[in-house]
Design a protein around this ligand. Structure first.
Ligand code: FMN
Length: 190
């Protein structure tokens, strides 16, 4: 089986999740490639058997590169097994309001694109303050105020909320792990 992971990532967390998934999926019987949604033309997308798409939320929107990748390949993605991961800060917050918000980002995107994935998941992302310039840090503080209700955070460290086990578990259901061929003793007693 050939699997293609396509990601769109602004600060790098979705790229990290996609890379972890690449290592998780690759096996003797399953090959897996990683593609940045903006580089969609670089691989023969039609040659893959299954797709995992992952994009993150900024100002309530997924990246336009993922939108365009889906538009360019929609028929194929809707015919073959496809799984969509939506990475956001809202998904990291346990209360019903934020969980609902994370779901609405995902559902609105699926409606706009017409993508009909077999499985989808809202995934908790990260805030990488250390890699942000002043302007992005200020934007991130605004987002923290809106999502977490506070800007009183320690800016000397990064925050990662992703639950990798949850993501792996979804992928295991989406792409059944190949069964290990049992050595059968075919000798028969006469
Ligand atoms: C400028 C900015 C805007 C963001 N806007 C939202 C938002 O509207 N809702 C939300 O839940 N998370 C928001 N986030 C959090 C991101 O979704 C989170 O940091 C995610 O891990 C980013 O993934 P990436 O590193 O792959 O781009 C925002 C983050 C930044 C830095």
């Amino acid at each position: 089986m050939k699997v293609l992971i396509v990601y769109a990532s602004t600060e790098g967390q979705t790229q990290k999740i996609a890379t972890e998934l690449l290592n998780f999926i690759k096996s003797e019987t399953t090959s897996c490639d990683l593609l940045n949604a903006g580089d969609g033309f670089r691989l023969p997308v039609g040659s893959y058997d299954a797709f995992v798409l992952a994009a993150s939320i900024h100002h309530s929107e997924h990246q336009s590169s993922m939108f365009h990748f889906i538009q360019d390949n929609k028929d194929l993605l809707n015919q073959k097994p496809c799984c969509f991961l939506s990475v956001s800060l809202s998904a990291a917050l346990p209360d019903a309001l934020h969980q609902q918000e994370a779901k609405s980002y995902l559902n609105t995107f699926l409606e706009h694109t017409g993508l009909q994935p077999r499985m989808s998941l809202c995934v908790a992302g990260a805030l990488r303050y250390q890699e942000m310039d002043y302007f992005r840090r200020e934007l991130a503080r605004t987002i923290l105020l809106r999502t977490m209700g506070t800007t009183d955070v320690d800016l000397s460290r990064d925050y990662e909320f992703t639950d990798y086990e949850e993501v792996y578990s979804l992928i295991e259901t989406f792409l059944p792990v190949p069964t290990i061929k049992q050595d059968v003793d075919e000798s028969t007693d006469i």
